[in-house]
Each structure stands twice: as structure tokens, then as C-alpha cells.
Design a protein around this ligand. Sequence first.
Ligand code: NAD
Length: 343
Amino acid sequence: MAIFNHISFDDHEQVVFCHDKESGLKAIIAIHNTNLGPAVGGCRMWNYESDDEAITDVLRLSRGMTYKNALAGLAMGGGKSVIIADPKVQDREALFRAFGRCIDTLGGKYYSAEDVGVSTADIMIAHQETPYMAGLEGKSGDPSPFTALGTYLGIKAAVKHQRGLDSLKGLKISVQGVGHVGYYLCRHLHAEGAELIVTDIHQDSLDRVATEFGATVVAPQDIYHQDVDVYAPCALGATINDITIPMLKATIVAGCANNQLAEVRHGEMLKDLGILYAPDYVINAGGIINVSFEKDYDASAATAKVEEIYNTLLTIFTQSVEQNRTTGDVADEMARNIINAAK
Ligand code: NAD
């Protein structure tokens, strides 16, 4: 298993492997870059099929956090952690305490928070062992509603750029994954009069959005070829790939999932087909922006900062047209300039 030569290593500053025999904890913490401040990024708990798969995921996610935090204008570096375990595991106390102790050994170089499979309750358990946890109850709390707000505004920015429309009324939007963020996103979209087509692998999550927002439910494999205006990937990564791109009828891809493009070249493929892509780490920064207000928490200040995502994306879309480059390319360069200036 290669680490330093890993395709996603990208000059990571530190990668830490954590093991606790008693609780069974197997975790990896990746700190990509701390030019702008301590690394901050959530913890994902997932049934990875191999250690290799977990390493690839954490390295990609961690790098994404560096770019996300920089472009969102936050004084925070990029990092991420993964716990290799079934996210539905019942006995979480010992596991998250062990995880907290592991985070603590880094002395504040990395702060963790919620991500897929990890709840605010889990973070509170880990917080008993370390101060280096964010997204705490009574502070910034669950980041998902803020991620959803940013994603909703990002979809509006994409629709404004491509169609000149100020409203989503009557537009068809497909949402893949109606979990924490997907649910709140559907609520915004429904409130504005969009027609929803959704999928998930959990029936109860689907029932909720079907009942509350009148969403049409389709099978997971059928989400890509729906005749919609916008496709919003809100489950796991790499769903934009060689197989799915030819199926897309949407002319906009804008959702909250991290690492939506399987490879960078898939951004080129979307551009060549005239499909507008909202770079994932820009559109889904709402949650981390909210977390950045953790210390003296102020929900309205956090909301105002999340709303900046709309203009940031409009700038990226405009530059992408002017410079004939992919939106991802434009965003990456903007982020790198900020990170390098802080060196
Ligand atoms: P979640 O686990 O609550 O929701 C994900 C949903 O996707 C679940 O309901 C799950 O059943 C569903 N799903 C998984 N595989 C699927 C498949 N093959 N087809 C259809 N549905 C599938 O997670 P979340 O917190 O809502 O995050 C969703 C995505 O957004 C993740 O990629 C996450 O990294 C990213 N993200 C989340 C936040 C946040 O604030 N929670 C912030 C930034 C980015």
C-alpha cells in the first residue's frame, strides 16, 4: 500500500493511523495543509472494503477541505478523518472516546466534526476526551442545514448563470441521497416550487421526502437518466464518471456530495457536453462555514457567510466561460492562490 506515492497524496503534511484494541477503533486522520490555520474537516464512518479504499477516501477528502476552507474565506487548513466501521454500529461510546483520544494526540493541529455516518451525538462523546472537536451541541451543532442552504443557493446561481432565471419554480431537480443534507435541500427546493425526483437506499428517508415534499421516488440506478434540469448528487462521491455522464439529461450538476467527479477529466467531459458543474467543495461549504463560527456562535453571521456561496459560484461560472476552462479548474486556481499567499 503506497502512501507517499499515492495518486491522491498531494503533499499531505501528516497522515496518522489510529488503532485501539479495546474498542476496535481503526481510524485514519489526514492533514493536508495548514497554511491558513489548523486543519478542520469532518469524520466519516464507513464500511470500507479495504484499507486502501479508506486511505484513498481520506486523502481525497482532506485535500478537498484545504480548497474548500480557502475558497470559503476561512482561516482554517484542510484535514479529514475516517473510521473504518459499520456506520450503523450500536455501541458507539468506546469507539468515539478512543477516536477523541487519538485526535487529542495531535494537540490542535486538526479539529474533527460530523460527516457521513457520524452524528452530533458521536462528536459530543469524542469531545469528552479532547477539546479539538467542532460542530458541538449548543454551539454550531449539526452542519447539514447550512450545507443544504449553500447547496440550494448554488443551484440557484447555476440556474441564473445558465438560464438567466431568478427562481427554481417549475424546474425539475433530481436529488441522489436524501439523508441529512439531501432532506433539507429538498425542503428548500420544494418551498420554491421545484419538482423533485429522488432516490436513496433507505426507504424511510424516501418516504419522508415523498410525503412532505411530494417527491417522485426512483430506483438508485435510474436517477442519472431522469429528464430533469438539475442533477444534485447528495450521497457519496465519484457518481460523475464514464458510465453516468452519457446518461445525464440534466444541463446542471450541482449537489452537496464531496468528490463528485471520479477523475478530474470528468469535469472536461461535462464542459464539452455543455453541462454546467458547480465544483463540489465550493457549493457544499455551508456546513464548514457554520462550524467556523463555533467559538462565539452566531447563527445569523454564519448564514450571511454561507450566502456568499451564491456570488462565489457566479464568479467561477463567469470566469470559466471567459477563460474557456472547466469550473473546477477555475475554482482550484482561485483556492491555490489563497493558500499560497498564506504560506
Ligand atoms: P447522509 O449519510 O446523512 O446522507 C447520505 C444519503 O445517501 C443517505 O440517506 C444514504 O442512504 C444515501 N445513499 C448512499 N448511497 C446511495 C446510493 N448509492 N444511491 C442513493 N442514495 C445513497 O450524509 P450527509 O451528511 O447528508 O452528506 C451527504 C454528502 O454530502 C456526502 O458526500 C458528504 O460528504 C457531503 N457533505 C455533507 C456535509 C454535511 O454538512 N453533512 C457537508 C459537506 C459535504
